[in-house]
Design a protein around this ligand. Structure first.
Ligand code: NAD
Length: 474
């Protein structure tokens, strides 16, 4: 059920003399050994990516599109096998893993279509001259994907790069390598030329530190924490290498007085604990109008404590463990700090059980602004519910963090919705829904949440360089 884990370099699968354990976070059992890339493996991956780029950039966009679509079709066919591997390594409930496989395939299908729509333009010029604007693939991409969505996170990076005509070296997450391994298998079976897609694992800092300064690398694409994103951006800037950064978020949810409060509370709690809250768009800071605060809070807490926590392989489980053990002390520290500063703990707040990396669905209420959790992304099953007296106060609170990725609001008033759309500082605002992105919509942040967009018709922009050609007849 769990794949044999290997590196993929220049179209060949390879092992390594050093490896790392992969742990099932629900049972703490070892489920696989992951090879660590050596310097030699990285050099080979770079050389292969240079050769792969030379082939792929000249491949017709329609052919690129066909290869990506074939690979996506294989992922759909292999949905069950991939989903089971994801649940084993990540812990999320199997139905959620199945949906993630389909979402990953959809990201590829969207980008495949975009491969044929990277239009340039003709600028009016005088007779005998032409001004044309061309979009060309930027080159070799060094990409780093995180562990929260083992399939759909690598899909974003690989889809964008391959659709644009770039080659890519992906370092996927060491905790959850199987999603990326399955993607690579699908592309191999779909006939992708050797060298276009390379997959490595190892020590993240060593690999990024080695790859980013290399001359052929023309884009660094990263999804992960703001701290690491800042570090990689600084490194890339020394080489004038552009970056695509999809970083942390600390999503506000503004609940206005005119809304269906019970519906907002229930959907808020369900969404909060999806993927054990390990989602950069996870709704976390709920700012609820005074007049509906108690009703919202009580319904949210009721649904939070009903959440079925357990091994994602078991039927009926709604929330699995955290993906790695270091998140348990990180969350406990945020809860303790909030409690010490006067917050009320209405649900959870502690590790769940003593086997596996489970954490209880947690609700903190009346949390003072001085608590760390009001500024730091918890990246776990933790919600803050605070009352606000007006939309002004809610928007001020929403914007009071360094992040600006996703934001949500519940209201049916046109004047409120217009203000929210204008004033909430995020890259993705959703009203009366807690869905934040689709393959066809641009996704990304403002402020410390990053640069660039994935998906939508903007999704290939970072993977392409703009060239203007001025042709004058002799
Ligand atoms: P972390 O900051 O140690 O790592 C975050 C990610 O970056 C991991 O995938 C890790 O492998 C990678 N990474 C770390 N150092 C790196 C380096 N020098 N070069 C290249 N990659 C590197 O944090 P963590 O404990 O793994 O995760 C918790 C934090 O990460 C959360 O607070 C959250 O903000 C962030 N995160 C965000 C996303 C997202 O979707 N935006 C996904 C996963 C984690």
């Amino acid at each position: 059920m769990y794949p044999d884990l290997k590196l993929y370099v220049g179209g060949e699968w390879r092992k390594s003399s050093e490896d790392l354990p992969v742990i099932n976070p629900a049972t703490e059992d070892e489920i696989g050994r992951l090879p660590k890339a050596s310097r030699r493996d990285l050099d080979d991956a770079l050389a292969a990516a240079v050769e792969g780029f030379a082939i792929w950039r000249k491949t017709a966009p329609r052919e690129r599109c066909n290869v990506i679509r074939r690979a996506a079709a294989l992922m759909r066919e292999r949905q069950e096998e991939i989903a089971r591997a994801i649940t084993l390594e990540h812990g999320k409930p199997l139905p959620q893993a199945r949906l993630e496989v389909i979402r990953g395939a959809e990201f590829f299908e969207w980008d495949a279509g975009e491969a044929m729509r990277t239009y340039g333009r003709v600028i009016p010029s005088k007779h005998g001259e032409s001004f044309t604007v061309h979009h060309q693939p930027v080159g070799v991409v060094a990409a780093f994907s995180p562990w929260n969505f083992p399939m759909s996170q690598p899909a974003r990076k690989i889809g964008g790069a391959l659709a644009a005509g770039c080659s890519i070296i992906l370092k996927a997450a060491e905790e959850t390598p199987a999603g990326a391994v399955h993607i690579v298998r699908a592309f191999e079976d779909a006939g992708l030329p050797k060298g276009v897609l390379n997959l490595v694992f190892g020590d993240p800092a060593e690999i990024s530190g080695y790859l980013i300064p290399q001359e052929p690398v023309r884009l660094v694409a990263f999804t992960g924490s703001t701290a690491v994103g800042r570090h990689l951006t600084t490194m890339a800037s020394e080489h004038m290498t552009p970056v695509l950064m999809e970083l942390g978020g600390h999503a506000p949810v503004i609940v206005c007085e005119d809304t269906d409060v019970v519906k907002a509370a229930i959907s808020g709690a369900v969404r909060k604990y999806r993927n054990a809250g390990q989602v950069c768009t996870s709704p976390t800071r709920f700012f609820v109008h005074d007049s509906v605060y108690e009703e919202f809070r009580d319904n949210f807490v009721r649904r939070a404590v009903e959440t079925v926590v357990g091994n994602g392989m078991e039927d009926g489980v709604e929330m699995g463990p955290l993906a790695n053990d270091r998140r348990i002390p990180a969350l406990s520290a945020l809860v303790e700090d909030a409690r010490a500063k006067g917050a009320e703990i209405l649900a959870g707040g502690e590790r769940h059980g003593n086997k596996g990396y489970f954490f209880q669905p947690t609700v903190l209420a009346d949390v003072p602004d001085t608590a760390r959790v009001m500024q730091e992304e918890p990246f776990g099953p933790l919600a803050v519910i605070n009352p606000v007296s007006s939309l002004d106060a809610a928007i001020e609170q929403a914007n009071s963090v360094p992040y600006g990725l996703a934001g949500y609001a519940f209201s049916n008033r046109a004047d409120y919705i217009a203000r929210l759309a204008e004033e909430v500082q995020v890259g993705n605002l959703s009203i009366n829904t807690l869905e934040a992105s689709m393959p066809e919509t641009p996704f990304g942040g403002v402020k410390s949440s990053g640069y660039g967009r994935e998906g939508g018709s903007e999704g290939l922009d970072n993977y392409m360089a703009i060239k203007h050609v001025w042709h004058s007849s002799q």
